[in-house]
Write a protein that binds this ligand. Structure first.
Ligand SMILES: Nc1nc2c(ncn2[C@@H]2O[C@H](COP(=O)(O)OP(=O)(O)OP(=O)(O)O)[C@@H](O)[C@H]2O)c(=O)[nH]1
Ligand SMILES: [Mg+2]
Length: 441
């Protein structure tokens, strides 16, 4: 048992926007964090993951007080960590006045219930914790709907057990749950119909977004999406480049909604930059599903600016985790430019290693504004070959441009009216400049 962090001050209460799974933030609670690994040699990775769970716990508004790393051959179906270990930890819970036990691994509803009984405090897993943070940070309509949907889907299979715990556990975390959630527990059918209402509302929002992105395509501006691990500095970079005033904070998942801003490259070309939710190892499946419409912004991009926190001791693990989620959402084959951020705080050895492994990557500090010229240039050259389809109305006095359009692009349609030639042309956005004043619609 390591005792890493006992003296965190009890912070202010956070405001709730959505009913959450854990209610960790209502009162700053004392948390025992448990990570379990099964393979020999996996302890270092499990320990880093447990450290990250500590950051997640803090972001959710609770204080990680004790950490426990457990090695097992296989999960125990009833108690996950086995009865003996569960007894041992129950004593720790009492000795350290623990309010909540957070598991780094996914627990089945039955394991969660059994452990809760054994510990006599609330037990949550990594997924519930992340859902909780999302629920606290959701502010837009779409963000709140998506989080609520993920919460309901997470809670649905857990309803029965939770009901039992609620009546048994007076004064525990469960008893602090909002009235909305208690209602949920008594009526599965209501939840199911709420889920389908949420789904259809999200589909409507998605349709609106698709119309917007279609009109963006008509404006032939390529979109570059900022993606990366949570806290890598995506919003800081967007703010630096575009004056977007997006919240950028030293906490996990400060951004949930996508923001899109126009950015002019040094060569005068305008592109759109989008910022959205950050990723984390084992991002809950329910969240990825629920956030699919937000993440569509990423899927539709011409280029991914994959921001990496180079001040992390193992940035490679973050890169892998981000790529896994990208594949999961169908963005695995979009061209990617690796951007190593926080160079000001990075270990030179790590930076050198990253430079060797990824020679095309760009090193920047979004905070100090370093490396931005290189970044802009790299974005520009990645987007050179981006093809845009534009409609041109060229007066007869500029027949030279009509000829140029035929030479440089693919003319999809052409007609001639009283004003001049009307062309639909597909060409590399880098070659658009001479035609710009004749672009219509
Ligand atoms: N030292 C240093 N800190 C940075 C740099 N860029 C960003 N940060 C800090 O890193 C923290 C996270 O930055 P954000 O821009 O909110 O990160 P994000 O990727 O948008 O994070 P989420 O939206 O939470 O996923 C903030 O405290 C920033 O000030 C940098 O280049 N150097
Ligand atoms: Mg952000």
């Amino acid at each position: 048992m390591t005792d890493r962090d006992e003296s965190k001050p009890r912070g202010r209460q956070r405001r709730r926007l959505t009913a959450t799974v854990t209610d960790l933030g209502v009162v700053r609670q004392r948390a025992l964090l448990v990570g379990v690994y099964f393979r020999q040699g996996a302890s270092a990775e499990a320990e880093r993951s447990l450290d990250e769970l500590g950051l997640l716990t803090t972001s959710a508004g609770a204080d990680p007080v004790e950490f426990e790393l457990v090695k097992r051959d296989a999960p125990d179906s009833a108690y996950f960590i086995g009865t003996g270990k569960a007894e041992e930890l129950a004593a720790v819970v009492r000795a350290y006045d623990i309010d909540v036990v957070v598991f780094d691994n996914a627990l089945t509803p039955a394991q969660q219930r059994n452990l809760q009984k054994k510990f006599e405090v609330d037990v949550v897993d990594r997924e519930a914790l992340i859902l909780d943070i999302f629920a606290q940070h959701a502010s837009s309509r779409a963000g709140s709907l998506q989080v609520e949907l993920a919460l309901l889907r997470y809670n649905l299979p857990r309803l029965r057990g939770k009901g039992i715990e609620l009546s048994r556990q007076q004064g525990g975390i469960g008893a602090k749950r909002g009235p909305g959630e208690t209602k949920l527990e008594t009526d599965r059918r209501r939840i199911a119909s709420r889920i389908s209402r949420l789904e259809s509302e999200l589909t409507d929002l998605k349709r609106i977004r698709q119309t917007q992105s279609k009109s963006r395509r008509r404006n032939e501006m390529p979109v570059a999406s900022l993606v990366g691990y949570t806290n890598a500095g995506k919003s800081t970079l967007l703010n630096l480049l575009t004056d977007a005033h997006v919240l950028a904070e030293d906490q996990l998942f400060s951004t949930l909604d996508s923001t899109i801003r126009r950015y002019t490259l040094p060569d005068g070309r305008a592109i759109l930059l989008s910022d959205t939710v950050g990723f984390v190892r084992r991002l809950p499946h329910h969240l990825v599903e629920a956030f699919r419409s937000t993440l569509d912004e990423v899927v539709g991009a011409s280029l991914l600016l994959h921001l990496v926190d180079a001040s992390d001791s193992e940035p490679e693990e973050q890169i892998t985790a981000v790529r896994e989620v990208l594949t999961q959402i169908g963005a695995g084959s979009i061209p990617e430019l690796l951007v190593f951020n926080k160079a000001d705080e990075a270990d030179p050895v790590v930076l050198a290693r990253l430079g060797n492994l990824h020679p095309d990557g760009v090193v920047i500090s979004a905070l100090q504004g370093e490396g931005i010229d290189d970044l802009a240039e790299a974005i520009g050259s990645h987007l050179k070959e981006h093809l845009a389809t534009v409609r041109l109305e060229i007066p007869y006095s500029r027949a030279d441009l009509v000829a140029a359009a035929h030479r440089q692009g693919e003319v999809l349609a052409e007609k001639h009216d009283e004003h001049g030639s009307v062309l639909e042309v597909r060409l590399a956005s880098g070659r658009l400049e001479p035609f710009r004043q004749f672009v219509v619609g």
